[in-house]
Each structure stands twice: as C-alpha cells, then as structure tokens.
Design a protein around this ligand. Sequence first.
Ligand SMILES: [Zn+2]
Length: 405
Amino acid sequence: MTATLVDNAMMLRPGHWARPGSVLVDDGKIAAINPEVDSVDCLVERVDAKGALLTPGLIDLHCHGIGQFLYEAAPQQIQDAASVLPSFGTTCVLPTLYTVMNRSSLSLLERLSEELPKTVGAAMPGFHLEGPFLALPGAGAETVAGDLVLLEEILAATGGRVSAMSVSPDTPNIIPVIKRLREQDIAVFLTHTRASVEQTCAAIDAGAQHATHFYDVFPLPEETDPGVRPVGAVETILADDRCTVDFICDNVHVHPMAIRAALAAKGWEGIVAITDANIGAGLDDGIYKTPWGYSVRVSQSDAARVADEDHPQHGMLSGSSLTMDRAIFNLLNWLDLPEYQIWAMGTTNPASVAHLANKGDIRVGADADLVLWEQSKNGLQAKKTWVAGECVFDTESQPCALGER
Ligand SMILES: [Zn+2]
C-alpha cells in the first residue's frame, strides 16, 4: 500500500486541539504528525487538503442500516452498507441487530458474522446486539428473561464478533448475563427499560457502563405517591459517573435541551452521538419499501415514519433517518463547547465505549481512519475518506454514493 501525506490540513484531534498541519499515513496507521518535509519519501502520495478540516472518521455504535440496506436482512447488505457509509464520514460501525438473536436465527447470525472481517469501506469490528434480553422490546414482542444458555449459543454463532450487547436492568435474571458479557470483554449497554433505582444500580455494579438511545424507551416508573415525581433508570444513570450515554441527535428522538442536561451531568467525555439509523437514512425525502411489510416516509428534517394507511402504526416513528455527519453538525449547533470536544462525541468517545483502542484519534500508531470535510452553514460533507489508510470515498470520483444530497 502506498503511503499518503495529507498536507495543509486543519487537523482536529478530538478532545485536544485543532491546528494546521499534516499527517503521514503508512501501512494502515498514522505514521507521523507534521513530519519533516525532507524525511518524507518522494514515493509518498501527497494530498493537498487546501486548509480543509481533517478529523478521525466517525464511529457509530448504534446503526441498523443505511439507504436501502439493513444489516440483519442478509449478508450482502452488510457489504453494501459498508461501501456507502464512508460518504457520510463514517469509517467504523457496530452493525446493530434487533430481531435475529433467537434460536431459529442462529445460522443467519453465523452467516452475517462471517461478513464482518471482509467489509470494503467502513470497518465493522463487531456487532451491537440490541437484545434479546430487553424488558420493553417494543411492538408485540415479549420480554426474554436472562438466559445464559441462549447467550452462549448466540455468542458461538457470532464467532466472538460481538462488541456490545444492550440489555435492560429490569429483565428477570439479567445480572448473570451482564457478568458473563463483561468476562468476555463485551461492552454492556442499558436501554428499553422502566427500571427502578435499585435495579439500575445493580446492573451498573455488575458491569454495565453505557446507556444507548438514552431517554428513548426509558419511560418513567409508575407514580406511587401522587405528586411525587418517580425516579428510575434515567436519574440513576445520570448520577453514576461510571456510565456514559448516547443520543440519536436528530432533534426528533431527543430534545437538544435533554442532551444539555446530560452534558451538565457527564461532561463532554461522557456523551456519544449515534444514529440508530434504519432503512431510509441518507436517502432523499420520499417513501421507501422495507422488509417488514410496510413502507416508511423518510424526511431529512424529521425521521422515518410508517407510511401505510392500513397499518396500526401509521405515522409512528420507525427509526431515525440520521447519518453521523448530520448528528455531529447538529451537536455543533446545539452545544456551546469547543469544536474539538464535540467531535470527540463521534470519534474518541465511542471508541472508548466500545473498547476500540486504536480508533477515533489522530495520534501516531492509531488506525488511519480519516476524513477531509467540506463545511458550510448547511452541513458537513465528506470530501475524502480513508479507512486503514485506503481511500474509500472521494467526492471527485464518487460525487454521491446514495444519489443526490
Ligand atoms: Zn436500535
């Protein structure tokens, strides 16, 4: 692989600084920052950034699909999605599965997991399994109690390619599941819950360290004394400094003020941006067919909603239509923080939550997952994206990966 020097960039190291300079990439890694010109081999490919912003690639911990592709639908859709994600500046995703963590889907899980090491485009180090041990799993689904036998069958089917599992503190028998996941160095996320303070504390004590799509599907516990505001998982997670949180930053699933409240409790190091994207994300506004037997109406200014007059959930939210570039752009507009701290919410912070030690940073030895951006008052547009030092998206050769934007 040819080495590359990205020169004349406004480099941003998340959490630390933004300053002009150059990055030398070699053998998939960042080899030097601001190397001496004389020391750079004349065979190195040079990219003149012309002063554009250079950041680590964005990392999405919670994403079910993009465009027309849904990770759990078929192995090929994992590959198709991986090739599209870099056009949004996303270089690493934990493909998030929701309906296939059961005994009848073990062979599909096996086939899906075999795709992860083979992706061309965004890296997919492991799945985020959103379930099956959820207390409030959503429309029509039942709570599945913690089951160590089923857990081992799922982990075996995925060949160990699981980076995170989402559970609910109020699922029966969940504590042994959390402990087993932590033994395997799998991050445990809390979600889909109406847990009490005690249940949430027990889950955190057992090793859960993060809450995903925080506030969404975290309804209040029942009121016991009229007029006394119930307290549960949300307050416990906000108060516990062992826990970080992530948000669907689309202004539909969470109000920006609720993100500011979490920021006051957690500091910028404790906040992560996610998309929870689904079919339709990144596509132009319109109506799209899904594999679930109904269509969705996708709107960039809203989300994805069921668009089928005969369906009982017509008009209801059906995932977000968010992409990571827009999530960061929204946070830049909503939060009064230095930009390098906000970029950490899509780079170093998710890398640390998912134990991805070499990702999400601009430092010598880190994976060369990088994005050059074009910035305007309307948004961020990836101009050039590298994954492991390989250019996987370039506006000059691939102007629009999913059609006009
Ligand atoms: Zn989800």
